[in-house]
Design a protein around this ligand. Structure first.
Ligand code: ZN
Length: 235
């Protein structure tokens, strides 16, 4: 892996990154940027689908997104923690991939794995930049920004990416996760009667309305958004 990776997207389970950020990833990969997805677990404890099935679906989604690589940290589903071992695994991967931006879940979430993943990513993001933190894991690297993607608890975003022209493509990516769609075991899901594709579309339309377009993906950073110039704001 070279050091020209634009962004590493960390998800607790396969499909979390796609629900939150498929449009943003497509925007990056279609502009020629290298993007890597990291699944912390295989999602083997999910009520719908087996771990194996979800991995096949994840591979299909990754191909559609055009990401350079999709990795797994192989942590235990429902047991994600920000313990030393997990932090070191994530630091090793971050020092290898060396992304400029790190995307990770927001800590406000009803799923304990998502909250834990948010804390794990925060620790790894910081410690990865420390020269004396386990030098055997690779040379220090801290992504320029740690960007949070909101889960199922409303959070006011710092910025939102217009994905109006990518709505259909995002639906197609989420369609790869057949085990999570309406039909198979739908009644076992916490949110009755609305599947991952519906949830993403409702949310993206809401944030699109907030910024004056058809659909947008929201993100949160700590502190002010650093801008070198106003190009992005000029539209
Ligand atoms: Zn999840």
């Amino acid at each position: 892996m070279t050091s020209d990776c634009a962004a590493l997207f960390v998800g607790p389970h396969p499909d979390d990154v796609e629900i939150a950020a498929s449009g943003t990833i497509l925007r990056l990969t279609r502009s020629g940027h290298r993007v890597v997805i990291l699944d912390l677990t295989a999602g083997e404890m999910g009520s719908r689908g087996t771990g194996e099935q979800r991995q096949r679906e994840a591979a299909a989604a990754a191909a559609m997104l055009g990401v350079a690589d999709r990795r797994s940290l192989a942590l235990r589903d429902t047991a994600i923690a920000d313990d030393d071992d997990s932090v070191q695994k994530l630091v090793a991967l971050m020092r290898e991939v060396r992304p400029r931006l790190l995307f990770a879940p927001h800590e406000r979430d009803v799923h304990p794995d998502h909250t834990a993943a948010a804390q794990l990513a925060g620790k790894a993001w910081f410690y990865s930049g420390l020269v004396r933190f386990h030098p055997e894991l690779g040379s220090p690297h801290r992504p320029r920004l740690l960007v949070r993607y909101p889960g199922n608890v409303p959070v006011e975003p710092t910025f939102a990416v217009d994905i109006s022209d990518l709505v259909e493509q995002k639906a197609a990516v989420l369609g790869c996760y057949r085990s999570q769609l309406q039909g198979e075991g739908a009644k076992t899901h916490m949110v009755q009667g609305i599947d991952v594709r519906d949830r993403a579309q409702v949310r993206d339309r809401f944030f699109g309305v907030r910024i004056g377009c058809a659909a947008a993906e929201p993100f949160v950073i700590d502190g002010p958004l650093p801008l070198a110039d106003l190009g992005a704001l000029l539209g």
